[in-house]
Write a protein that binds this ligand. Structure first.
Ligand code: NAD
Length: 496
């Protein structure tokens, strides 16, 4: 008898997500039974009731994490033993690929094809990579005098509070979990209230893979409730935060008001994409820009939302860029071929449309897009949008929009381009497009950004650090450098 594979829409209809906390290895309701309704941005359908974690839930999760850390059930295992569990965790993530991808798409609106081929594999690879790395890191002996031995060792820090955003919920969680768990810490994770489900499933999968109870806890809830309680908690040793610059500022304040816990902030961006007139392959630059800008509905911290183009080639470049817009029209995120999905919620929709209005009001020219789309679905969609004639001081050129809107700013010479590129409070990422070797290096060096691409924008790998200069943050996720965030350096002097 022939069987048919159910469509994503059919699978979505059958899915009943579990929004309860996961504390000490157990699913449980919030202490006072409070919940909040989680709707999907795809069509505003109700996905379920999610635990609205409060200070009491954070207390319980931190106590569980602290107990797990102190008794050494995880921290004192040999790195090779932790590696095995984390490898099994990564395998379970891959085995649950369809379920996790569907949850992610329903929760925050990204196209199912990218959730399956990008988000889930990237989260698994991150856990796998730190698992593989942890038993290959050696400690040091300092070159001191002959009668002393000075050992420099790394020790797990203790309890790590992870607070993450909604744009790449699984990947952002994995970037914290991988290095924090591999080095032996315990974790309390607070996912965004806009995308709580995959973090909760990740914790279940970790426990199924053999992670001891208490080592990885998840408390969903709102920033000003669960988030604040976690960041203020005196038994939390460090906060790994990813989110807006506004909230990152609060993280530093919470630490100052509590126990001076370490705060690693990974914050917003307004990345510049600089195209010089000596760069020949403009079609490739325009295609890369469209892909990088409109991917994930423009809800990427490193989206190239400022396009700085030399005035001699600007008309041609804007035309090329606009020609890609039809391929990025929003469509049903559950349809397998969709490349542009829904914005995360109505607030984000209003914010993005507000910026589009501000661009028009301040005199920028909307070349393509500029409207809400698919309103009949009840979901939150915006057309891919390009503004030309943007002045660097305009709101749309200074503030992070976090939607599919990019601004073209024309420049006259290299010095002006660098000044404009560096002329925002952010410094996350940038790219230089030039066939002139010296210029490419000179400009890359002058840009105040944590990552600079030359003649490309899309390369990415777990092996390289990711983070920002200036108000884009102070930490680095990914690569071996992330181990620095979740370990303390200890010097032990021995007389010999
Ligand atoms: P957000 O700052 O509103 O929220 C991030 C997290 O902080 C959420 O879990 C939220 O509940 C929590 N939170 C909010 N207010 C809080 C408070 N008062 N106390 C404690 N916790 C609080 O950011 P967002 O809208 O979820 O995410 C978008 C932002 O994240 C953008 O600015 C984007 O650039 C940034 N981002 C940065 C990176 C990076 O690596 N640099 C990656 C992804 C996203």
């Amino acid at each position: 008898m022939a069987t048919t594979t159910p469509s994503w829409a059919e699978r979505a209809a059958a899915l009943v997500p579990d929004g309860r906390c996961l504390i000490d290895g157990q699913r449980r309701d919030a202490a006072n039974g409070a919940t909040f309704a989680k709707h999907s941005p795809i069509d505003a359908r109700l996905l379920g009731a999610v635990a609205r974690g409060q200070a009491a839930d954070i207390d319980a999760a931190v106590a569980s994490a602290r107990a797990a850390f102190e008794d050494g059930r995880w921290a004192r295992r040999a790195p090779a033993a932790r590696k095995k569990v984390l490898q099994a965790f990564a395998d379970k993530i891959l085995a649950a690929k369809d379920e996790l991808a569907l949850l992610e798409t329903l929760d925050m609106g990204k196209p199912i094809q990218f959730a399956r081929t990008m988000d889930v594999p990237a989260a698994a690879r991150c856990i796998q990579w730190y698992a593989e790395a942890i038993d290959k890191v050696y400690d040091e002996i300092a070159p001191t005098g002959p009668n002393a031995l000075a050992l420099i060792t790394r020790e797990a820090m203790g309890v790590i509070g992870c607070i993450v955003p909604w744009n790449y919920p699984m990947i952002m969680a994995a970037w914290k979990l991988g290095p924090a768990l591999a080095t032996g810490n315990s974790v309390v994770l607070k996912p965004s209230e806009k995308s709580p489900y995959t973090a909760l499933r990740l914790a279940e999968l970790a426990i199924e893979a053999g992670l001891p109870p208490g080592v990885f806890n998840v408390v969903p809830g709102f920033g000003h409730e669960a988030g604040e309680a976690l960041a203020l908690h005196p038994q939390v040793d460090a906060i790994g935060f990813t989110g807006s610059t506004r909230t990152g500022r609060r993280m530093l304040d919470y630490a100052a008001r509590s126990n001076l816990k370490r705060v690693y902030n990974e914050l917003g961006g307004k990345s510049a994409f600089l195209v010089f007139p000596d760069f020949e392959d403009l079609p490739r630059a325009a295609k890369t820009l469209a892909e990088s800008m409109f991917f994930n509905q423009g809800e990427s911290c490193n989206a190239p939302s400022r396009v700085l183009v030399h005035e001699d080639i600007a008309d041609r470049f804007v035309e090329l860029l606009a020609s890609h817009a039809p391929a990025w029209q929003p469509a049903d995120p559950l349809a397998p071929s969709t490349v542009m999905g829904a914005l995360v919620d109505e607030t984000q929709l209003r914010t993005v449309l507000g910026y589009i209005d501000a661009g028009r009001e301040q005199g920028a020219r909307c070349v393509v897009g500029g409207h809400q789309a698919r309103a009949e679905t009840g979901g939150y969609y915006v057309e891919p949008t390009v503004f030309d004639g943007v002045d660097p001081a305009m709101k749309i050129a200074q503030e992070e929009i976090f939607g599919p809107v990019t601004s073209v700013i024309r420049f006259k010479d290299e010095a002006q381009a660098i000044a404009i590129a560096n002329g925002t409070p952010y410094g996350l990422q940038a790219s230089v497009w030039s066939d002139h070797l010296n210029r490419a290096h000179r400009v890359a060096r002058a840009l105040r950004a944590g990552t600079v691409h030359v003649n490309q924008y899309d390369e990415d790998d777990i092996t390289v650090p990711f983070g920002g200069y200036k108000q884009s943050g102070n930490g680095r996720d990914k690569s071996l450098h992330a181990f620095d965030k979740y370990t303390e350096l200890k010097t032990t002097w021995v007389r010999i």
